[in-house]
Ligand binder design. Structure first.
Ligand code: HEM
Length: 162
């Protein structure tokens, strides 16, 4: 009996898959901003210059001068394109394994890039602020958004160093 209770608690902490209504809330908000990739990367770097400094192509450069460059836009498209493909898959039980595998890969590649849990937390803060100021943000959306990021980060963090 004790074992079953432990198992139930452990299962409940896995945030994926989301309920489909929660996923739709997140996807609707994301769809409103997902094409602003360079603008979102700019928002992250503006709030956290220390994250910009971890990108070899942009470290120590003047953000205002690089924000419209081809290199900046193509980096932004790769990063937010990957996030978009994860957001597209949430809310469907049968996608669970594929989501997990993609997130583990992000954790592994970013571990090699010296990205920390704290960096990911900052990235999340800046992105959430960006989205919340551009869509109708309410309690339900905030809860679904946070649940999504908690789930995403739990898997990425399992592969990252401290
Ligand atoms: C959920 C959040 C994130 C996603 C989905 C993401 C995704 C990506 C993708 C798709 C790439 C390029 C393709 C690749 O080589 O893997 C990339 C590159 C990179 N990411 Fe992230 N990333 C995220 C957060 C972060 C954070 C918080 C940092 C902070 C240090 C970071 C640092 C880097 C660096 C340094 C590169 C290499 C850029 C280069 O090629 O010069 N990423 N990321």
């Amino acid at each position: 009996m004790k074992f079953l209770i432990v198992l139930a608690v452990a299962t409940a902490t896995v945030a994926f898959p989301l309920a489909s209504e929660e996923a739709i809330e997140v996807q609707t908000a994301w769809n409103a901003v997902k094409d602003n990739q360079a603008d979102m990367l700019y928002a992250v770097f503006k709030d956290y210059p220390e994250i910009q400094d971890k990108f070899p192509a942009f470290a120590s450069q003047d953000l205002e001068a690089i924000k419209n460059s081809e290199a900046f836009t193509s980096h932004a498209k790769r990063i937010f394109g990957q996030l978009s493909s994860i957001f597209d898959q949430i809310g469907v039980d049968s996608n669970e394994e594929e989501i997990k595998a993609s997130l583990e890969r992000i954790g592994e590649t970013h571990r090699n890039r010296n990205a920390t849990k704290e960096d990911f937390g900052k990235f999340r803060n800046a992105l959430t602020k960006y989205v919340a100021s551009r869509v109708t943000w309410n309690e339900n959306l905030a809860a679904a958004w946070n649940k999504t990021f908690d789930g995403i980060f739990e898997i990425i963090f399992s592969k990252l160093a401290e």
